[in-house]
Design a protein around this ligand. Structure first.
Ligand SMILES: Cc1cc2nc3c(=O)[nH]c(=O)nc-3n(C[C@H](O)[C@H](O)[C@H](O)COP(=O)(O)OP(=O)(O)OC[C@H]3O[C@@H](n4cnc5c(N)ncnc54)[C@H](O)[C@@H]3O)c2cc1C
Length: 632
């Protein structure tokens, strides 16, 4: 480092990969000029330098597609602004399908992409052959073509973003590792580097595969871990047409990129290999690094590439490459403010689409920081969708073996992961299993999603069409509407708030008029400053100055962080989610059922809608016990 570090800054962005440079550029562009980016070694020295450089727009979700489309346009725009090249070539991209389900998935994604003005065509076999004459199309059913997709040089993209950031007023320091993020009273106060301290208001962790460790150091959970990610580059091929589009063959787990007469063949295999497995730690000095060959691992996919592109069979391999890339528990990025520390943001976990995504991810990160809330629907990317256990080494190292393959896997509705399951079981898990429960994960818990009927196997048969569990749900629904149904709701998030100002504080942060009468419940929302919905919840007055909040299972971390950020610190707040079991008894005969196991009065007149009370249920096994019951 030659220039002198500033003593203070508004924001310190840690990490000079493609993501960090994009955040710094957008912050400075939107007016937060006092932004400093600190890079441990050289720009791109982590993962960015060795990316294959595919800049595709079509993502598995519309949120990702939107950010990727923005990235492509930004890289083109910044080339003009900076006078530097990103090496962008827009030869287009084709994704082919060799099963009917895959074709259905591609067409669904293409329809969603068209909503965001991505130029995408559905293509038949004949058109695919015209666009990609050297393909073996024997088993191909069709595909989609994005004429404006491209490939870029990842180092070029990063340099363009870095130069644009500097032109907007941000400062960038290389060879400046951050040794510690400084936190006081759960808020960012600065960073400690080898060359001194920088006081700052905000920190962005854009440190790629190091992020989990950096977070752990200050008690922040960042659930990602690197896998080894493989590609080969062939020797030059005489008969390879120039300017071929990028080819993706999800069914064969392959992508193929023509590069100056050679072919790059990369894979997204379902049995990924976690990197640095022995210690489970990314070394601090890993720069421009790569791993030794693992031909046995790559070979089955090389075979598949020969089937798709027969001319590869006789090609020599010039380079076998394996480098680390971070994967997250659900193959979606990690953006937004951390729940543990205020003003600490993450922009990492790119699951091998970081070059294609960073333009957009940097923009939304900057907007989120400046506004204090997300500008668009980014819930699926918010780091607060996870809980603490997701970043434990055991959980994440097992899960990423599956999530690398998920990138090219089928994105089925209701899909459940196979790895890192059974983190938390309900007390009556085995009983539910005997009743035919098919389990899925919600929050931390294994939850019964539906019950198999007629001794059928309790497992999802994934489909975009009629679901195999519809008959079970139809039975449950009809029975509940006409009779009574018992629903397991324990993973719902539950918080208790106590204190003299409990009611007035809830009135301040909720949209509805919160009932301050013992036994009454209020359904309400909490909004951000722009009027966007942050949480959807029920508030129950348990006692004087004592309220209970119930919100959905999947939003536990997010809702808790929102409430704690806005609630007066004078109040007592407790997360009691794991302390209480919660069952719903629904249907016209629910009062009859409950009356059979309790001597309390459950008549409509004395136990009205929206009211609750403590009741005593008599169980044969344990005798009488008190339960809080609500009619909602
Ligand atoms: C083989 C391979 C092929 C790929 N192909 C593609 C592709 O075709 N298209 C695509 O979109 N993506 C691709 N990717 C993924 C892409 O490369 C990554 O998603 C992206 O580079 C991640 O960027 P990043 O900025 O998050 O991380 P990085 O590039 O790793 O940047 C993080 C930076 O943080 C720095 N850092 C760490 N700790 C500290 C500290 N304490 N203080 C200061 N600095 C620190 C590191 O030195 C590093 O430079 C590929 C990845 C691999 C491995």
């Amino acid at each position: 480092m030659s220039a002198v570090l500033p003593k203070s800054a508004k924001v310190v962005v840690i990490g000079g990969g493609v993501a960090g440079c994009s955040v710094a550029y957008h912050l400075a562009k939107y007016g937060w000029k006092d932004t400093v980016l600190l890079e441990r070694d050289q720009l791109t020295s982590g993962t960015t330098w060795h990316a294959a450089g595919l800049v595709g727009q079509l993502g598995a979700s519309s949120t990702i597609t939107r950010l990727r489309k923005y990235s492509l346009n930004l890289y083109k725009e910044l080339e003009k602004k900076t006078g530097l090249s990103t090496g962008l070539k827009q030869n287009g991209a084709i994704t082919v399908a060799s099963t009917p389900e895959r074709l259905q998935e591609l067409l669904r994604q293409a329809t969603a992409a068209q909503l965001f003005d991505v130029n995408v065509e559905s293509v038949n076999k004949q058109r695919i052959k015209e666009l990609y004459p050297v393909i073996n199309d024997d088993d191909i059913l069709g595909g989609v073509y994005m004429p404006e997709d491209g490939q870029a040089d990842p180092i070029g993209v990063t340099n363009v973003l870095a130069k644009a950031a500097k032109m907007e007023g941000a400062q960038i320091f290389e060879k400046t590792p951050v040794e510690k993020i400084l936190v006081k009273d759960k808020k960012i106060v600065g960073v400690q580097t080898k060359f001194g301290k920088i006081d700052c208001e905000y920190v962005v962790i854009a440190t790629g595969m190091w992020s989990r460790q950096i977070g752990e150091d200050i008690g922040v959970s960042i659930p990602l871990y690197p896998n080894e990610h493989f590609y080969i580059i062939t020797e030059p091929l005489d008969k390879l047409p120039k300017n071929l589009p990028v080819l993706r063959d999800y069914n064969s787990c392959l992508y193929l990129k023509e590069d100056a007469g050679k072919m790059l063949v990369g894979i997204f295999e379902p049995n990924a290999k976690p990197a640095f497995k022995d210690k489970g730690v990314v070394p601090q000095d890993f720069s421009f690094g790569e791993f030794p060959d693992d031909f046995d691992h790559f070979e089955p996919y090389l075979e598949k590439s020969f089937q798709r592109l027969p001319m590869l069979e006789t090609a020599g391999i010039r380079k076998f490459f394996s480098g680390p890339e971070s994967f997250t528990p659900d193959t979606q990025y990690l953006l937004g403010e951390t729940p543990e520390v205020n003003n600490l943001f993450t922009c990492c976990g790119f699951n091998s689409i970081g070059i294609a995504s960073s333009g957009g991810a940097g923009r939304v990160t900057a907007e989120w920081m400046i506004n204090g809330y997300m500008n668009e629907d980014l819930f699926s990317l918010d780091i607060k969708r996870f809980q603490k256990f997701h970043s434990s080494k055991k959980f994440i190292m097992e899960r990423v073996t599956e999530t690398l393959g998920d990138l090219y896997g089928m994105h089925w509705p209701y899909k459940q992961h196979n790895t890192s399951r059974n983190q938390r079981l309900l007390p009556y898990h085995e009983e539910l299993k005997k009743e035919g429960a098919c389990f899925g994960v919600s929050g931390e818990y294994e939850r019964p999603m539906w019950y198999a009927k007629n001794n059928e196997k309790a497992e999802y048969k994934y489909s975009f069409d009629y679901q195999n569990w519809y008959p079970s749900v139809e039975f449950e629904t009809k029975n509940t509407i006409t009779n009574v149904g018992l629903y397991e709701l324990s993973p719902f998030s539950k918080y208790e708030i106590k204190g003299e100002e409990a009611h007035s504080e809830l009135q301040r942060i909720c949209t509805a008029n919160i009932k301050d009468e013992i036994g009454r419940s209020t359904y309400t929302q909490m909004l951000n400053e722009a009027g966007g919905i942050e949480t959807d919840l029920t508030v129950i007055c348990i006692d004087k100055n004592h309220f209970r909040i119930i919100s959905s299972a999947a939003t536990r971390t997010h809702d808790k962080a929102h409430i704690l950020k806005h609630l007066s610190p004078n109040l007592e707040f407790k997360d009691i989610t794991d302390d209480l079991v919660c069952l719903g008894i629904f249907g016209p005969k629910s009062r009859n059922l409950i009356s059979k196991i309790s001597n309390d009065d459950f008549s409509n007149e004395t136990f009205k809608f929206g009211y609750g009370k403590l009741v005593t249920l008599v169980q044969k096994k344990f005798g009488p016990k008190d339960y809080l019951m609500w009619v909602n």
